[in-house]
Design a protein around this ligand. Structure first.
Ligand SMILES: NC(=O)c1ccc[n+]([C@@H]2O[C@H](COP(=O)([O-])OP(=O)(O)OC[C@H]3O[C@@H](n4cnc5c(N)ncnc54)[C@H](O)[C@@H]3O)[C@@H](O)[C@H]2O)c1
Length: 374
């Protein structure tokens, strides 16, 4: 702290094609307006936000990757995991670190914090008093996934089966994405005289509500949307209704083994309507993946993978695991806005439940380190 101010240092994202940012110019302004913050923002060549936008609201612009040599009293704030390096981390870091669920290499990632005397506040596990996550990117994952699903279905109506949906790049804003999807959908509608039926499972969650909103915004009639959640799947899969829909969007949070939603018996059928699966949940490598008809995570530059069916029309899966990056500006704004009330509590970090719980969780996992590397 400088005086009693919290000093935040927004780290530039370096993961390939990551254009999102943990803090947006709007949220920087809101934090500065409280009088409790001093904010440094790194020059970030990949970011969808320009450094001038941050400077205009009062942030101090600092060089790319300058967090590494920044004074220890700054809280380093970023979204994605740090590049694979080994030097000890002396600062407090707020970020997604992906090292609490025994992921490959978790000990190497986590041990850098106690080694340097820093602390990790993992964004994935920031919870309010009721144990609900305070901020997540799910809404725009569902929104972007549904957009790609509708694009793929439309593409299939307009092109021969020898062609696959071309790659996509991040859209500067939501309106441009919606207009593009609307245009392709209306071309397909003109040709076929129909709109796709879309079955969304996990419809009551964050991803599910984003998927529903996209479908509505591009003009798919309400009567074409089937919104399923726990109630509708309690009878147990596989479900014929999926094969009978044009697009299936899986948005569930998989917390325990469940029977598959779909299998090859249902897919290998000449009467199958299903052309596109969007697996927003993307539990691709999970042995209990309820959509066990593909094995790879697809990418924006080649969004679909073919399902090896023996009967019925061509069927593809979209299984991109970083969907919100398709709309970096809106998804960053959405996430930052949700996190803002918690960020405003940083001056009381030691006692505010959201930060206290995150610190306790960090200590819990540090205690699990088998052979501390420090
Ligand atoms: N692909 C991506 O880029 C991306 C981005 C963000 C999140 N995700 C993933 O999407 C998933 C969902 O995230 P969320 O934030 O929307 O979660 P959430 O908790 O807000 O919603 C999940 C919904 O799934 C429902 N559900 C769970 N099990 C079900 C079942 N067996 N049948 C029917 N409904 C079921 C829940 O009732 C809930 O409504 C997570 O696995 C998350 O990791 C993917």
């Amino acid at each position: 702290m400088a005086g009693n101010k919290i000093i935040l240092h927004l780290r530039a994202e370096t993961k390939p094609r990551e254009a999102r940012a943990a803090l947006t110019p709007k949220t920087v302004k809101e934090l500065l307006d409280t009088g409790n913050f001093e904010i440094y923002v790194e020059e970030a060549p990949q970011s969808t936000f320009k450094t001038e936008e941050y400077a205009k609201v009062g942030a101090k612009i600092v060089p790319f990757e300058s967090w590494k040599t920044a004074p220890k009293n700054r809280i380093i704030y970023g979204l994605k995991e740090l590049p694979e390096e080994t030097f000890p981390l002396i600062h407090d870091h707020i970020q997604f670190a992906h090292c609490y669920k025994n992921q490959a290499g978790w000990e190497d990632v986590l041990s850098r914090f106690p080694y340097g005397g820093g602390t990790l506040y993992d964004l994935e596990f920031l919870e309010n008093d009721q144990g609900r996550r305070v901020a997540a990117f799910g809404y725009y994952a569902g929104f972007a996934g549904a957009a790609l699903g509708v694009l793929d279905w439309s593409f299939k109506q307009l092109n021969s089966d020898s062609k696959n949906l071309p790659g996509v790049s991040p859209y500067p804003n939501e309106d441009l994405l919606i207009n593009h999807v609307k245009t392709e959908l209306s071309k397909a509608h003109k040709k076929t005289g129909k709109y796709p039926t879309v079955l969304i499972i996990g419809a009551l969650g964050r991803c599910g509500s984003g998927a529903i909103d996209l479908c509505t915004k591009v003009g798919i009639p309400e009567s074409n949307l089937l919104k399923w959640d726990m109630n509708e799947t309690k009878k147990g899969g596989p479900f014929q209704e999926i094969a009978d829909s044009d697009i299936f969007i899986n948005c569930i949070y998989l917390s325990k083994p469940i029977p598959p939603f779909i299998n090859y018996d249902l897919l290998n059928n000449e009467n199958r309507k299903l052309r596109t699966i969007v697996d927003v949940s993307a539990d691709t490598t999970n042995p209990h993946n309820p959509v066990p008809v593909y094995t790879i995570a697809t990418q924006f530059d080649d969004p679909t993978v073919l399902v090896e069916t023996t009967k019925g029309p061509k069927l593809s899966v979209i299984s991109i695991d970083h969907l919100p990056s398709l709309l970096p500006r809106e998804s960053s704004e959405f996430f930052a806005r949700d996190l803002l009330p918690s960020l405003k509590q940083l001056p009381n970090k030691a006692t505010a439940p959201v930060w206290k719980k995150a610190e306790d969780l960090y200590k819990h996992h540090v205690a699990r380190l088998n052979k501390p590397k420090f």
